[in-house]
Design a protein around this ligand. Sequence first.
Ligand code: ZN
Length: 405
Amino acid sequence: MFERLNEVKVLRDPVHGYIHIDLKVVWDVLNSAWFQRLRRIRQLGGAVVVYHCAEHTRFEHSLGVYEIVRRMVTEVPDLSRELNEKEKVTAELAAMLHDIGHGPYSHAFEGVTNTSHEVYTCRIIEENTEITKILEDACPGLSKDVADVIRHESSNPILSQLISSQLDADRFDYLIRDAYFTGTKYGEFDMERILRTMRVDNGRLAVKESGVYAVENYIMARYHMYWQVYYHPVARSYECVLHMLFKRLKDLGTRKLDPSVIPLFIPIIKGKKIPLSTYFDLDEYACAYGFAQLVHHKDPITADLARRIRDRDLFAYADSTPSFNRKMRSTLKKAGYDLNYYWGRNEVEQNPYKPYSGEFSGSIWVRMKDGSTRELSNASNIVYSLIHGPTNDDNKVFFPDLKKK
Ligand code: ZN
């Protein structure tokens, strides 16, 4: 049904060894301008300024998720047997395209534009772009099918589970890839073992009891990566300064626009719906240029915040407590800082695993030796203790380092 390439294309990848592409539609998506744009969006938002080698992009991550899903639908016997060809290809394409709508600086920018990347992802797949045409040429109706998998509205829910659940190809790839490029070892886990023990149980993904240790290891890896990498306070400081810069630009408005504001930033400042053609241009290269221009803005706050981003002169941070906050805020005010732009607060929390947490994330199911099926925390003592312990959270405040002034 789907056209195959004359020979399988193999792309070298430090995490998976090789990425295998044998379908023309996948190859065409890879070569589209929208997919190539992902080379200009790095995988980690603020964590790039903490881990200096973590310059990897959404491009290689998307290919990695595709490769894992391709392996799942061909190498996991239950999946290879139960899914038809169209479902397999749809899942592979959804894996490849699941992050196509990501804006610059990862999730930090979602707060600036007030739109989640999933919304853009589905628009890029369905709103008559080059991607839509490639999918429709391969099979009429395919663009909606692929977007439905990403929206969790697919007629076969297992396709969505492969890409987005608590045990999915997206998490497998970003944990291993981010661990590799940051140099942290915590993110590593035995994905091969999980794939070998993966089964389909009553229409949902499950692992055999013998795979539970590998799943425990994966949950711990995720937990450690969150605290060591994704929630690193310096990464959050970077995101805070970025947020403050756009807040300042929005507050200044567009009535008397400074010539240092690049046209690409105007729809963001106006808070308008960003057209896809503008969104396409909005990559990290363009933003970095935009920030470099803003360093010359006549408003000293804008110029200072832009310089801070360009030169990685970030805010200091401390645990948020009423007495510290009161003292620090008064010191900053005395030093002449406008606290609307020089005082940020950010609280993060992380549950390593949430059973029964709604249809989107789903639970992890384990098929026991006796043939019964259990939810993971009832099959693993470690996971049981983890989810019944206190939730780990971290509440921090961010402000200029006065010692540097
Ligand atoms: Zn992803």
